[in-house]
Design a protein around this ligand. Structure first.
Ligand SMILES: [Ca+2]
Ligand SMILES: [Ca+2]
Length: 145
């Protein structure tokens, strides 16, 4: 709530800002006294942006005026998701006579996060004894030795 002195009439008016749209699930809170905007925890993977409409209305007796502004709030990503493979286990077959570089299978994992937080790369553990290699970008596993 903001008290503003009206120069024309020299009457103290009270202006109260309120949400008039876009406050999905009531995540945002607008302090009527200070105009400060705050929010409860957000999840970019569920709602990446909010288009808030905020209206300020004076309470002049008998002749109120109002104005509305829009506020776009983009939710910055937090790395709160692990990469997930499409399957919990894979089966591959390869001939014992296969040449080096023969494709065995491709694994795919996705990560819901944004940018580098969701950028997945692949690696094999040393347990393969160097017999296989994986393309870190595509997830294609091939024979190597
Ligand atoms: Ca992630
Ligand atoms: Ca995230």
């Amino acid at each position: 709530m903001v008290n503003v002195g009206d120069r024309q009439t020299d009457i103290q008016m009270t202006i109260v800002p309120v949400f008039t749209g876009g406050n999905v699930d009531g995540r945002f809170y607008l302090d009527e006294h200070t105009g400060r905007l705050s929010c409860s925890p957000l999840d970019r993977e569920l709602v990446p942006a909010y288009n808030l409409s905020i209206t300020a209305t004076d309470h002049a007796p008998g002749h109120a005026h109002s104005s509305t502004t829009r506020l776009l709030v983009r939710v910055m990503d937090d790395n709160d998701n692990d990469p997930l493979f499409e399957r919990t286990a894979y089966d591959g077959t390869v001939s014992e006579a296969a040449r080096n570089g023969t494709s065995v299978l491709r694994v795919v994992a996705t990560d819901l996060d944004d940018g580098l937080n969701g950028n997945v790369s692949y690696s094999l553990s040393n347990a393969t004894g160097g017999l296989f290699k994986v393309d870190s970008r595509t997830g294609v596993i091939t024979t190597a030795g």
